[in-house]
Ligand binder design. Sequence first.
Ligand code: NAP
Length: 525
Amino acid sequence: MKLTNHVYGQWLEGRGEGTALVDPVTGERLASVSSEGIDLGRALAFARDSGGTALRAMSYEARAAKLAAIAEVLAANRADYFDISLRNSGATEGDAAFDVDGAIFTLKAYARSGKALGAARHLKEGARVALARTDAFQGQHFLTPLTGVAIFINAFNFPAWGLWEKAAPALLAGVPVLVKPATPTAWLAQRMVADVVAAGILPAGALSIVCGGARDLLDHVGECDVVSFTGSADTAARIRTHPAVVAQSVRVNIEADSVNAAILGPDAQPGSAEFDLAVKEIVREMTIKSGQKCTAIRRVLAPAGVARALAAAVAEKLAGCTVGNPRSPGVRMGPLVSRAQQAAARAGLALLVSECETVFGGGGGFAPVDADPAVSAFFPPTLLFCGEGPAGCHVHDVEVFGPVATVLPYTDTAQAIALARRGRGSLVASVYSADADFVGALVPAIADLHGRVMVVDAAVGSQHTGHGNVMPGCLHGGPGRAGGGEELGGLRALALYHRRFVVQGGPAVLDALARDAADAALLGA
Ligand code: NAP
């Protein structure tokens, strides 16, 4: 089976043999993808001219209704998506739910919140600016939807959520979408797009998909397009500096990798609720999707007197996690997504092990349940301990994209802050403490290097939404090595797909332009 591309209103097969998609448990070849022979310049032009024009002719609330209809189609096909996730990613049911249900949940959230923008077609921002002695000449800021394409170049770990968490705000804004999913797991995104296209929900050109290499895609970007990239920092740097992107000042949003931290406060002593909540969350983060989450906990900062007990408690729970073929009863963690990712994780772990002690896992004697290690892509849950404190280096730099975390002891609040900041920009940090002085000192001191900080104590208990779980109403993104991008945050995400401009003129003109506009303050509501 070769997955087809949906471009210029047609389903087209790419030329040649293509690249194989493989079951990471059995090594079975499942499908192939190719974008060879597809006219990517024409694909973008069709999306702009046909899809964009038709979407912008609708109001925000009409487009919000389209999102609700998409969510319904995806929910109706959920069982098929779980099956594809199992075969193409080795996903357990929980892993598949994280991706597929996360996508549906996010679409529904935007369908609901988008209604608030009503029948408007653009947004009015703030009060009028006085520019003359009288009211005869004033300024008014507006936000207008972009007339280009939202081009999504996505990572392999969230083929469903990664597509729809970006597509929901783009389509709501009236901007057509062209997605290029990561090759190893492209099947799920392609199948979802096929289902939505078949349902006839969106106008022609509003949703396109290119499977396989990006080829010359970025050569054809225009000044009103947006490139939204999720993936590694190396690819991000290539995209940011692409000549056409630079020459036309194309807006680029980057979600890259990150070495996120969990931080225990001085009060999170063994036996405390905060200690237990931290242990539970660290184990969950290491094992969900086999640690292949950009938000996963990679570093665990703990008071020096607690760090060993914490490592022992996490190791004890990891020992109860059965790793193997998700089709086998009792298996809780599946493989990495490919043998290439397995090799990359092994190389990363070798760097970490050069300066850390292995508390649990690491590879020796590891045998996945009901799978052949010679063809599969499993990786053992591995917990490390870095007693070096601030001298350690790789642990703050190397993101092992798998079930690996490192415990780092700290001596005081200043050192905890310094260690957290050595991640040089992260998507999220979670703090386990009810000590108001500690939290009050720590959070502002790490805030400029983190997109999100989650603080958990006994009163929050199990009601928190999770260190690695990205909620549609809250900002997702992080500075520095995390890419510097911003996604979600409710309707705030629409700003990426609008251009701010100011009109200067008399009150009659400004009144006429404002008639069709919703208040941009709703984006932050
Ligand atoms: P990747 O190798 O950088 O690939 C990401 C995407 O870029 C893929 O679709 C890939 O296509 C495409 N690509 C590669 N080279 C390109 C080029 N020269 N021009 C245009 N596109 C190109 O990353 P990955 O291995 O898929 O993803 C894992 C990384 O993503 C991890 O580091 C993780 O932390 C990060 N991530 C971040 C977030 C976040 O929200 N911050 C979310 C998920 C993942 P092909 O697959 O066809 O090569």
